[in-house]
Ligand binder design. Structure first.
Ligand code: PHE
Length: 340
């Protein structure tokens, strides 16, 4: 009997059937249990003979069932591990990926170049007071230069002050000089606004301002800074640069800087050809501006420039239309490798 039942247990292929088998044999009303109940009716001698045999049989069956159960459970676990296995060598599903906007990339790069040669970064608000954006920069009310700027004006506030969206980053010059004593060596990258829109102008654009004020600063310093910047930014040992006399109320003398380039088949190439593209305005800080911030022009002098970041970004990648930078068109960003 023992070997018959043990064989049935070992042959059992699933846990439910094993349980049925256990109930049928050693459950309360199971075959072996019922047989053991017969013991009560036996004579003492028979009890002595069969008692231990039955007990041994029961132990063997309990152990056999437990072993089989453990084996079946292990099989089930292995089967589950097998079927739920993850193939980590499969490629992942593509997920949309963010990237740094080209203008931000240029801004970071420009900042890095200037911080390497000793400039620190200054900031000012985009919603600016008329005083910082114009008056302190030697552009009084009614000055024709205000019209040059196509200013976005904000409604007057309670105290009758009219704020503007800053038309350039030059107000940061004033804020810097009013915040503490010279010397100053700062750049101020940021957004600027003018009511203007065509292939090379957008109502919102970016500039980086530079201001250097110390004793004995002259135009040679200005020229070197700009040349050094262009060499690094355009990765050319020999960039063609032209200083063209110009006018800004806050610098004297003033110049505009053009970079030598070629316009070929709707593309712009740097370091070739004999065309010119304007990239910045610059000059020696006007004595009037220094006086406006209580500096003595006989003691302190310096230079400033304001560069169009979007312009140099166009040049760097040969992108002919500035408006594309702000159209948020993923296909365009992908085409130029600005998005994955
Ligand atoms: N702020 C001028 C502009 O926006 C540029 C400039 C800055 C010129 C500093 C001279 C000095 O056109």
């Amino acid at each position: 009997l023992e070997s018959e039942i043990v064989a049935a247990i070992t042959a059992c292929e699933d846990l439910a059937k094993l349980e049925d088998l256990r109930v049928a044999e050693i459950g309360k009303k199971g075959r072996v249990s019922l047989m053991m109940r017969e013991l009560g009716k036996m004579s003492p001698d028979e009890k002595k003979e069969f008692g231990p045999k039955f007990n041994k049989l029961k132990t063997v069956l309990v152990d056999a069932i437990a072993d089989r159960k453990a084996a079946l459970e292990l099989d089930a676990l292995n089967a589950r591990l097998q079927s739920e296995r993850i193939d980590i060598t499969l490629p992942s599903r593509p997920a949309p990926e963010g990237s740094i906007h080209p203008i931000t990339q240029v801004m970071d790069e420009v900042t890095e170049i200037f911080t390497e040669i000793g400039f620190s970064v200054a900031e000012g608000p985009e919603i600016e007071e008329d005083f910082y954006n114009f008056t302190a920069l030697n552009i009084p009310e009614e000055h024709p230069a205000r019209q040059m700027h196509d200013t976005f004006y904000l409604p007057e506030d309670e105290d009758g002050k009219r704020k503007v969206l800053r038309t350039h980053t030059s107000p940061v010059q004033i804020r810097t000089m009013m915040a503490g004593p010279p010397p100053y060596r700062i750049i101020a990258p940021g957004r600027t606004y003018r009511c203007d829109s065509d292939a090379t102008h957008t109502p919102m654009f970016h500039q980086v301002e530079a201001l250097v004020i110390d004793k004995n600063i002259h135009m040679g310093h200005l020229k070197w800074c700009i040349e050094e910047f262009c060499r690094k930014f355009f990765e050319l040992d020999d960039v063609k640069i032209r200083f063209r006399p110009s006018y800004f109320p806050f610098t004297e003398p003033s110049a505009e800087v053009d970079i030598g380039c070629a316009f070929k088949d709707g593309e712009i190439l740097i370091g070739e050809g004999d065309d010119w593209l304007e990239i910045m305005g610059c000059g020696m800080v006007n004595a009037r501006v220094l006086e406006n911030v209580n500096l003595d022009p006989n003691e302190y002098q310096g230079f400033a420039f304001g560069m169009g970041l979007d312009r140099i970004a166009m040049l760097k990648w040969g992108i002919p239309d500035l408006r594309d930078f702000f159209a948020a068109d993923l296909r365009w960003l992908k085409h130029y490798g600005f998005a994955a």
